[in-house]
Ligand binder design. Structure first.
Ligand code: PGA
Length: 249
């Protein structure tokens, strides 16, 4: 049985004081839910976030990590550093990392392997650009993103993988994939995984949708059978909006 998940990707937002205040409000307002609720603050505030949320059900996850175990990689963060402070889930492959930091499938594959080798859970993001969608190439693009990074893994690795389908044209743009477009792609993703591995793995993996999810559209998107929750950017920075989205799951 796959989990329902709502995760907030804070990106490069919220300083320490703002992190404290948003997390305090979120934990006070968190409804009773079977879904996993996660937040991904910036690296420098992860320890504080863990302390603030010590008695909360909200999990703290990381936005990124490096593929090397340690070494001369100025400015980077390793799996061990995250695990050592108590973070065991990491977002890998966000479209902003791909677009602005040159993270290719080859790099992302190394990151995923390192995270899994260290026993971490990976939230792997992928999705097509607007041109791919317009030219009808979106299924091919998504399939190759999955294949290049995830299809060489051992079947057992899939228990530690969460997928986040995020069409690039819908991220931070206010434009959302329609619930039907999300369902169509999520069903395609599950079918592709079923063909590459087996139907149990495909059935058990959580597939989140991301891209301009907000209180007004969350319920309809989450009602689709293959959509298991959302990865939320902008709306995760406002406590009442994020809580409304959690209530929609
Ligand atoms: P958005 O971002 O909700 O602001 O569109 C989603 C994401 O980047 O994960």
């Amino acid at each position: 049985m796959r989990s329902k998940i709502v995760a907030g990707n804070w990106k490069m937002n919220k300083n320490l004081a703002e992190t404290d205040s948003l997390l305090t409000e979120l934990s006070a307002k968190l409804p009773d839910t079977d879904a996993e609720v996660m937040v991904a603050p910036t690296f420098v505030n992860l320890t504080r976030a863990l302390q603030t949320l010590e008695s909360s059900k909200i999990e703290v996850i990381a936005q990124n990590m490096h593929y090397a175990e340690s070494g001369a990689f100025t400015g980077e963060i390793s799996a061990d550093m995250l695990l050592n402070i108590g973070i065991d889930t990491v977002i890998i492959g966000h479209s902003e990392r791909r677009a602005y930091f040159g993270e290719s499938d080859a790099i992302l594959s190394k990151k995923v392997i390192t995270a899994l080798k260290n026993g971490m859970r990976v939230m792997f993001c992928f999705g097509e650009e607007l041109d791919d969608r317009k030219s009808g190439n979106h299924f091919n693009v998504v399939e190759s993103q999955l294949k290049n990074v995830l299809f060489n893994l051992e079947p057992s690795a899939w228990t530690n993988i969460i997928l986040a389908y995020e069409p690039v044209w819908a991220i931070g743009t206010g434009e959302t994939a329609s619930p039907e477009q999300a369902q169509e792609m999520h069903a395609f993703i599950r079918k592709t995984i079923s063909e590459a591995f087996d139907s149990t793995i495909a059935t058990n993996v959580s597939i989140l949708y991301g891209g301009s999810v907000k209180p007004s559209n969350a319920e309809e998107i989450f009602s689709k059978p293959d959509v298991d929750g959302g990865l939320i950017g902008g709306a995760s920075l406002v406590a009442d909006d994020f809580i409304a989205i959690v209530k929609a799951i």
